[in-house]
Write a protein that binds this ligand. Structure first.
Ligand code: ZN
Length: 342
């Protein structure tokens, strides 16, 4: 968004359907040769960035309404006081990296300046009333223009409108370019209508990512935006859920419990034998045998269509008792061999 003072600028947009992005360009109206426009004045915004930008501006718009009320009370006071308050808008412009937030803020700033300058001292009361009316009307128009629900949540409204506006197009065609730029209206309604039709045809909805909290256009009820880090978090959660479901399945409860018991006994033995792997491996060497005996029992249940229950609990407890005895024997063996060291 480059604006030079004393030059009449116009903003153009081009929608790239295939890559879900919009290219914005603000240029001097008098400059007709598009070839001489430097590449760095083009701003590329993805559909999702645009959505977040408009939602953010929509959210802070109530602050603008409060500021508007404060400015009304300053319209007839010293101009310096009015300008100082108006400067608050410039903090927003300087602190935001969002294209539309910056554009609308800049627009409102200039609009206020113009209206303040139009107040004529001689017929103060009448001109003040018309200034306030004019500012209120402009705020209504902006509020409508940034109503993202209206444009992008196509379930929320149904209406048929006849809109009559000039669509000035710039077509750039050469061997490697084929772009159509539309001249934007000052509040971007054309752009949002064009975009709303694309969003509708692609059957997209306004979604919110539960990981990065950003908004995005996605399939209905989608809660992951698809960015690399969000996607990997999402896949991890799905994997864990799957594992948890699996381990909680009726045919897996006993096997999971036995595995836990074996790890716990190995851990305890390691502490007793002071990490002497000869004894630890002795216990581990029978792990497979204990597991297979339980697996056979569970497999029998599966084949006979029995849900493992009380009988298998007893089977597991017997196995655990056997493991405990075996683990105690190994510990005793270590103690007798290391008697002199204890
Ligand atoms: Zn995300």
């Amino acid at each position: 968004m480059k604006k030079k003072e004393n030059t009449q600028t116009a903003t153009y947009y081009s929608i790239d359907f295939a890559n879900n992005k919009v290219v914005m360009l603000t240029k001097d109206e008098k400059q007709n040769s598009w070839e001489s426009i430097p590449a760095d004045v083009y701003t590329t915004i993805s559909f999702n960035e645009l959505l977040n930008d408009i939602i953010e501006f929509h959210t802070i718009f109530s602050d603008f309404e409060n500021l508007k009320e404060r400015l009304f009370s300053l319209l007839t006071r010293e101009i310096a006081l009015f300008h100082n308050t108006l400067k608050e808008l410039y903090d927003i412009i300087n602190n935001s990296s969002k294209y539309f937030t910056r554009y609308y803020t800049d627009y409102i700033y200039n609009f206020f300046l113009k209206e303040r300058a139009s107040i004529k001292a001689v017929i103060l009361e009448r001109s003040l009333k018309s200034t306030i009316e004019s500012i209120n009307n402009e705020f209504d128009k902006i509020r409508n223009a940034i109503n993202y629900e209206y444009y992008f949540n196509l379930k929320s409204n149904s209406c048929i409108q006849v809109l009559d506006w000039d669509d000035i197009k710039y077509v750039i065609r050469s061997h490697d370019r084929n772009e159509i730029y539309h001249k934007a209206d000052k509040l971007f309604s054309h752009l949002f209508y064009d975009l709303s039709s694309i969003i509708h045809n692609k059957k997209l909805h306004i979604c919110k990512c539960k990981y990065c909290k950003k908004y995005f256009f996605g399939s209905e009820n989608n809660d992951c935006c698809g960015d690399t880090s969000c996607k990997s978090k999402h896949l991890n959660i799905l994997k864990n859920e799957k594992r948890r479901k699996k381990s909680k399945g009726p045919y897996d409860i006993h096997i999971t419990a036995l595995n836990d018991y074996l790890s716990q006994q190995t851990f305890q033995l390691k502490a007793i034998v002071q990490e002497d792997m000869y004894y630890v491996n002795k216990l581990k060497s029978r792990n497979g045998e204990f597991r297979n005996r339980l697996k056979d029992e569970i497999e029998r249940c599966r084949i006979e269509n029995i849900i493992p229950g009380h009988d298998q609990d007893i089977f597991l407890h017997k196995l655990e008792a056997e493991i405990y005895i075996y683990r105690t024997q190994i510990a005793d063996e270590w103690k007798s061999n290391n008697h002199s060291n204890i």
